[in-house]
Ligand binder design. Sequence first.
Ligand SMILES: [Fe+2]
Length: 333
Amino acid sequence: MTRDIDDGPLADGASANVQLTTISAAKLLGNDPQTQKDLLEACKDLGFFYLDCRDHPSSPVLSLVAEMASTALDFYDLPESIKENYKPAGKQEGAVKGKKDGWEGIILMEHPLAQIPPEDPMPGPPVIQNARGLIEATQDQLGEMSRAIVDSLSRSLHMTGDQSLGRHHRKGCPAPTDLEILKYLPYVPGSEKVGHIPHTDLGSVSMVFSDVGGLQVFHPLRKEWMFVPPRPGHAVCNLGDAMEFLSGNVLRSSLHRVIPYTQDPGKIKLSIIHFLRPSEHTKIVSPDGKEWTVAEWNTMKHKLLHEGGEMQKNLSIITRREGQDDFWREQAV
Ligand SMILES: [Fe+2]
């Protein structure tokens, strides 16, 4: 059961839909002043917003995303032995305490792939090798919009010159930026592999395209988990830890997770996600005052996601909330 945020108090563990600001891609790319203000407010609040890609002025963003989804489905049908840049389901902790994750993923790191000469094949099976043009075009278009978000926020925060956020996100610099296509397993009660662990994103801008629900954000004022429903033609964008740290904690990297979504029974949830991350040598300072390079922060958070045994200790770094149980209770849907 989902309810709208204005429907009043919730009973029986149901989750409401969060209301988010919508940013127009055309106005963002056109440096529209009101859009810049709206974006700043959204990113100081939850750090989540919708990006309306239907009015993108020059590129078929949505058809690129649809083509990537179709390519990914062809890839997932292949035997595991020939998959590369691939994470099977169940390798990390999941959305339910003590259970593993319920998603498989293709992970296409932008900088290493860009170093492969055009005449050489990309790693992976033919379905990926033949999609190089599509992959690069998708990375370029989503990267351009993500960089526009970073530049807009930087201008709003008067971070210019050496302080500019764009300085850490130049195209072509070595960075852990990637394009990922995630496929969630169909859920049945009692499944041992479920959803996506509560976490904050580690990088700068995450741009998520999906037409099936299940994404939830933790609302710190309401102190509850709320659904972020998908909207046709829109991406759900959120900021990660690096933007929070680089902005002096003005911008927000919010806690989120993915749980099964019973309103879309039988539908496969695919998420096409572009993760813009800062250059690997960019220095960031975590809330405990420790300095990290982005590469170190990236490696540390990824490593923790794979270490089930030490989970209790690690969870506060993954979720950045001390002493809280943010796992999904399966009976709540
Ligand atoms: Fe995430």
